[in-house]
Ligand binder design. Structure first.
Ligand SMILES: Cc1cc2nc3c(=O)[nH]c(=O)nc-3n(C[C@H](O)[C@H](O)[C@H](O)COP(=O)(O)OP(=O)(O)OC[C@H]3O[C@@H](n4cnc5c(N)ncnc54)[C@H](O)[C@@H]3O)c2cc1C
Length: 199
């Protein structure tokens, strides 16, 4: 693994136009005859991929926590809106179908939080166990599915307002797919977990 300073001759980049993560300057990088001194190497020669792998589980755990936060933000906005918005003579929260949507969100939020805390406690106790990687992979899927569900439900509860830039739920809705794909796509997470459990 090597660090390449961004003004190194031969390195050029083109910004990519994305659905979300707009403040993250993801770009295509081109290396044309780029030379860097050997002192810019990080770690031992040939150990780069192992170093990247060492980051995978922590990144997936962090993505799970982020997804939980996004899901909670959608719930909070949807609940506040449902209390304040009146249609046909009653607040939205008075409608059973709206309350049930909120409870469906809570089910996913609570289960994600419980799993995240249980796994975090295991790591803190130094007890990662043999199925640690499988748990991280499936938690990442569960958390990002919870986020997807909550973003969708919140936009629906907000109605037309949920489609507007400026609401939390609209913003979170646009961030769903990168959370489900980045850091390891859902299908790959399931494969890794299945492999660890010798399926
Ligand atoms: C905004 C953004 C920022 C990113 N930032 C980073 C970063 O900072 N660092 C970094 O390293 N990467 C980053 N990535 C890359 C990200 O990790 C990959 O996009 C992701 O791992 C999926 O890989 P891929 O795009 O090559 O999809 P592909 O591997 O082409 O997969 C496409 C689809 O096919 C499925 N699939 C692939 N193989 C199989 C299989 N064998 N069986 C079943 N299904 C399969 C996948 O699950 C996915 O649904 C970023 C991506 C995005 C969108």
């Amino acid at each position: 693994m090597i660090a390449v300073p961004c003004h190194t001759p031969g390195l050029s980049r083109t910004a990519l136009s994305k659905m979300g993560w707009l403040c993250s300057d993801t770009a295509q990088l081109r290396f044309d005859g780029v030379r860097v001194p050997v002192r810019y190497r990080l770690g031992a020669e040939g150990a780069g991929f192992r170093m990247i792998m060492g980051n995978f589980n922590g990144e997936r755990l962090a993505l799970s926590a982020m997804a939980l936060g996004f899901a909670e933000a959608c719930y909070d906005e949807a609940l506040a809106w449902a209390r304040q918005r009146n249609t046909f003579g009653a607040a939205l929260i008075e409608r059973q179908v709206i309350r049930h949507k909120l409870m469906d969100m809570q089910m996913r939020i609570q289960s994600t939080q419980a799993w995240l805390e249980a796994l975090g406690a295991r790591v803190d106790a130094g007890d990662e166990g043999t199925d640690w990687v499988a748990n991280v992979c499936l938690l990442k899927n569960h958390a990002t599915q919870a986020m997807q569900f909550c973003a969708d439900a919140a936009v629906q509860i907000l109605g037309g307002m949920g489609y507007m830039r400026g609401t939390v739920s609209e913003r979170v809705y646009r961030e769903v797919k990168v959370m489900m794909i980045g850091g390891g796509a859902e299908e790959i997470m399931k494969e890794l977990a299945a492999r660890q459990w010798n399926l």
